[in-house]
Ligand binder design. Structure first.
Ligand code: MN
Length: 131
């Protein structure tokens, strides 16, 4: 049994190349090594969201504060409240972030998953408009 505490871990700003807006990230690499599981606690300020991206393995988003706004390519923009989990299959093109009025924190669990970053999410896409 191993315990991975939050306290004392470096809090980094999110990478502006792959996010729109402001947020912070705390890494817990190698929570498990077989399969490889990396955990990232990410706090998104209001309106902040990732760029479009894919993962080579499953990603689980455990929403711990606020409401997560997210979209799988080709589907409507959706939201899930704290306590909910979004399960993203390998290869699904998607983004995730805060709602416009409130910060959101999720723990992302990346299971044997590398991330490929794509283009930024436009304000129209973030607002749920198709183009
Ligand atoms: Mn993702």
């Amino acid at each position: 049994m191993k315990v991975f505490e939050m306290a004392g871990r470096p809090v980094e700003p999110v990478d502006s190349a792959n996010f729109t807006g402001d947020g912070t990230l705390v890494r817990m690499d190698d929570v498990c090594t077989a399969p490889s599981v990396n955990a990232y606690r990410v706090t998104f300020e209001p309106r902040t969201r990732t760029a479009w991206h894919t993962h080579s393995g499953t990603q689980l988003l455990v929403v711990v504060e606020g409401t997560c706004r997210f979209q799988n390519d080709g589907e409507p923009v959706r939201e899930v409240a704290a306590g909910g989990i979004v399960s993203i299959a390998p290869g699904e093109r998607h983004w995730h972030g805060a709602t416009p009025d409130r910060a959101m924190t999720h723990v992302a669990l990346n299971i044997d998953a590398a991330t490929t970053w794509l283009e930024k999410v436009t304000d129209r896409e973030y607002g749920g408009l198709s183009t």
